[in-house]
Design a protein around this ligand. Structure first.
Ligand code: PAF
Length: 278
């Protein structure tokens, strides 16, 4: 496996190669990321894993400064599951201008759900993913469904801006016993919060099961879940049922649904979702 730090090195490495997949990450790789790399390797001849903690997707009071940076361990893990190259550029390499003046702005969807409390987040995500896709020019790019809103936004961007990369969403990896979605931010939780954290997934699962049993009163189901979580000490940001393809509010006629949730335990904000079809 080769480590590439500059765009020029990346271009040189990929110049005669075909069938490349990109797995974009911010590092601190866990089993969820490793699963994306394994899936990418099944499809592509070469897999590039980008590791870049992207400053433009963090708000002023968010955890950019403290986001875990574990490059040496990440390189080892990525190599073990078959990555061919790591692309780990500096902030200066990705954003050489003092002020970025051109952005990919994803529209109304980026102001809903997580966008309500993180107003610049998806603009930063879409812009850095556009840059990575242009730099690497992969045939496929792999993203976890854990960040469902991010996945929908990236699919819309690729479709509407005519990128040639196919976007592939992979199911969320969960703790086998509790169902807690794997996330780099889980390590911010203290012991008691770790025990409590699976409640978010359980609440979403309960909503899904009610819907599968014929209850289409989405609003009531979500309000009930919010109440239960709040009682257990969660500060709930949102819990909603939406259409899978564009995340607009679901109606009774919709068949392909996703239950989305975000809530804080202490100062740690967790997100999760479950997609399913009727
Ligand atoms: O999901 C992430 O880790 C990031 O948002 C991404 C897609 C790598 C862009 O920085």
């Amino acid at each position: 496996m080769i480590q590439l730090n500059t765009i020029e090195e990346l271009h040189h490495w990929r110049s005669n190669l075909k069938n490349i997949a990109l797995v974009p990450t911010m590092g601190n790789l866990h089993e969820g990321h490793l699963n994306l790399i394994r899936e990418a390797k099944k499809k592509a001849a070469y897999v590039v894993v980008s590791i870049f903690v992207n400053p433009t997707q963090f708000g002023e009071n968010e955890d950019f400064g403290t986001y875990p940076r574990t490059l040496a361990q990440d390189i080892e893990k990525a190599e073990q599951v078959g990555a061919d190259a790591i692309f780990s550029p500096s902030v200066k390499e990705m954003y050489p201008y003092i002020e970025q003046t051109v952005w990919v702005t994803p529209g109304e969807i980026s102001t809903q759900y997580c966008g309500k409390t993180r107003p610049i987040h998806f603009r930063g995500v879409a812009t850095v993913v556009a840059k990575l896709l242009n730099i690497v020019q992969p045939e496929w790019a792999f993203f976890g469904k854990k960040d469902f809103q991010q996945l929908v936004i990236i699919k819309q961007m690729v479709e509407q801006l005519n990128f040639r990369t196919s976007i592939i969403g992979i199911d969320t990896k969960r703790d086998e016993k509790t169902g807690l979605a794997l996330s780099s931010r889980n390590q911010y939780l203290n012991a008691q919060q770790q025990e409590q954290a699976p409640q978010l997934y359980q609440a979403l699962l309960e909503i899904k099961n009610h819907i599968l049993n014929g209850n289409k009163n989405f609003n009531e189901l979500c309000q009930k879940a919010i109440k239960t979580l709040s009682k257990n000490g969660w500060d709930v940001d949102y819990i909603e049922v939406a259409k899978q393809h564009n995340l607009q509010s679901a109606t009774c006629e919709d068949k392909d649904l996703v239950v989305l949730g975000a809530a804080k335990l202490g100062s740690t904000r967790l997100i999760d979702n479950i997609d399913f079809s009727l």
